[in-house]
Design a binder for this molecule. Structure first.
Ligand SMILES: [Mg+2]
Length: 184
């Protein structure tokens, strides 16, 4: 066996979060996020009970809103799981990927940050997400796109966003099939 064959395949998988790893659920659905938004909007604009849609007209104050939202989320970190549910198969898939030494990132990291964290680069980069934008972002960034139908989009809609190379899965419950896709 040559040196090249013995070297472990370097794989990085980035995951979208909402609709891919977790989903909002129940009457307190996405509660911390909504409360953090209200907190931020009140502190930046002095307005109460504002819908998150207001963010579209407040774009120039986004950095301030973001800082206030992070402040709120940190203060209430113990409530982070409220109204959120981990999607089926996610925990075991993440365990399986870790045990194979796969680099896992929760969001797409900027190329220069990735280069600093993993200077040797990757043989394969994969992005997993539940929306057509995830598919397009993966493929534009030179990664293999894996679409999951645990958000609001169908397999056909995800496939349509692809240049033809995306793999669409119903969900993340089959860790073995996932590892096979990565060739590890
Ligand atoms: Mg999503």
């Amino acid at each position: 066996m040559g040196e090249e064959e013995k070297r472990k395949k370097r794989v990085m998988v980035t995951f979208d979060v909402d609709g891919t790893l977790i989903k909002s659920t129940g009457s307190s659905s996405n509660r911390l996020h909504r409360q953090a938004f209200s907190h931020a909007f009140y502190h930046v604009f002095g307005l109460k009970d504002v819908s998150i849609d207001a963010i579209q007209v407040a774009s120039e104050r986004l950095p301030d809103l973001k800082a206030r939202m992070i402040e709120y989320a940190k203060e209430h970190a113990q409530n982070i799981g409220e109204g959120l549910e981990v999607l089926p198969g996610v925990s075991s898939l993440l365990d399986a990927l870790s045990s194979k030494g796969v680099a896992i990132e929760l969001i797409k990291i900027a190329a220069n940050r990735a280069n600093k964290l993993y200077p040797d680069g990757f043989d394969l980069r994969v992005h997993v997400g539940d929306t057509p934008n995830d598919i397009r972002a993966a493929e534009n960034g030179g990664a293999l796109a894996i679409g999951v139908c645990t958000g609001v989009f169908t397999a056909e809609e995800l496939q349509k966003a692809s240049n033809g190379n995306a793999v669409i899965l119903p969900d993340l419950t089959n860790a073995e099939a996932f590892l096979k896709l990565l060739g590890i």
